[in-house]
Design a protein around this ligand. Structure first.
Ligand code: HEC
Length: 110
């Protein structure tokens, strides 16, 4: 069988497009999830909902204090919870948790 080069390029382009849209929709998912599940305590910008900062001791997610924690530590806290921080191991899969960690890293860049 002769390989049709243009068809092959087309297939590669489609795969790349699919890959790009899948990863950007993951990022969008993370932003949407953060807004609905996390912003109530952590604030839309990660600095913490002022009431929750006072009552629960929420820390600024964009602060160097939190950012110096490793991805594994942040992942562990999101999965297992910590003090008043709820555990999300049951409601999130590993990709979603990875997305949340990436989102928290992005908060520090804003
Ligand atoms: C009910 C309020 C509440 C909600 C909802 C909540 N958190 Fe938290 N979170 C906390 C509190 C309180 C802490 C501080 C825990 C501690 O260190 O005592 C915390 C800590 C964290 C930390 C560790 C940072 C640190 O202070 O060391 C991460 C990461 C985090 N939360 C991510 C998330 C993500 C992602 C979501 C949404 C999926 C979320 N949280 C939802 C209350 C909340």
């Amino acid at each position: 069988m002769k390989i049709n080069a243009s068809r092959f390029c087309f297939a590669v382009a489609i795969l790349i497009l699919l890959g790009v849209s899948a990863s950007s929709s993951l990022a969008q998912d993370a932003a949407a999830t953060y807004k609905t599940k996390c912003a109530g305590c952590h604030g839309a910008d990660g600095k913490g909902n002022p009431t929750m900062v006072k009552s629960l001791g929420v820390r600024d997610l964009s602060s160097s204090e939190v950012q110096k924690e490793t991805d594994a530590e942040l992942t562990g806290i999101i999965q297992n919870g910590k003090n008043k921080m709820p555990s999300y191991a049951k409601s999130f899969n590993t990709d979603q948790i990875k997305g949340m960690v990436a989102y928290i890293r992005d908060l520090a860049k804003k």
